[in-house]
Design a protein around this ligand. Structure first.
Ligand SMILES: [Zn+2]
Length: 152
């Protein structure tokens, strides 16, 4: 997704539109290693800290490692999953509807472009590790998000 200006709307098709800010635009520090994933991600892990992609409260997506690059968010799961983090602490606050719909659109784009398997599993970080991440309020919305993904 390099080459996009900050806040530019990436129009993949009429259904999947999401504002993505690429790494360079937000002056991200280069990752120490950049291992390409061998196949499309089979799992998408939702977090509430800084990882593969960050979704802000206003629904803008900040690129982390980017699609197809092994992340550093969930140990042994890094090699077959994409990590997407919401900015905030959702033990206390509720995620905005803008950030939730940005997640759905981002996942739709990931599937369209072959970065994520069409039958991927959406889980919270606490499903695969002993952690409170992604926070109670965000975690409790995952079943609803899975439902919405199925109806896409
Ligand atoms: Zn996490």
């Amino acid at each position: 997704m390099d080459g996009h200006t900050p806040g530019e709307t990436v129009d993949m098709n009429s259904v999947a539109v999401v504002a993505v800010v690429c790494r360079r635009a937000w002056n991200a520090v280069d990752p120490r290693d950049r291992t390409e994933m061998k196949s499309p991600a089979q799992t998408v892990i939702v977090h509430h800290t800084a990882l593969r992609f960050l979704i802000s409260g206003d629904g803008v997506v900040y690129e982390g490692r980017g699609w197809g690059i092994v992340g550093a968010h969930a140990k042994e799961h890094n090699f077959h999953s994409v990590g997407i983090a919401f900015m905030g602490n959702f033990n206390d606050e509720l995620p905005s509807s803008e950030s939730l719909s940005a997640l759905l659109r981002l996942l739709h784009i990931g599937v369209l472009h072959g970065h994520v398997r069409p039958n991927f599993v959406l889980v919270g970080h606490r499903d695969v590790a002993k952690t409170a991440c992604p926070g109670e309020h965000l975690y409790s919305l995952l079943p609803k998000l899975r439902e919405q993904l199925q109806n896409h």
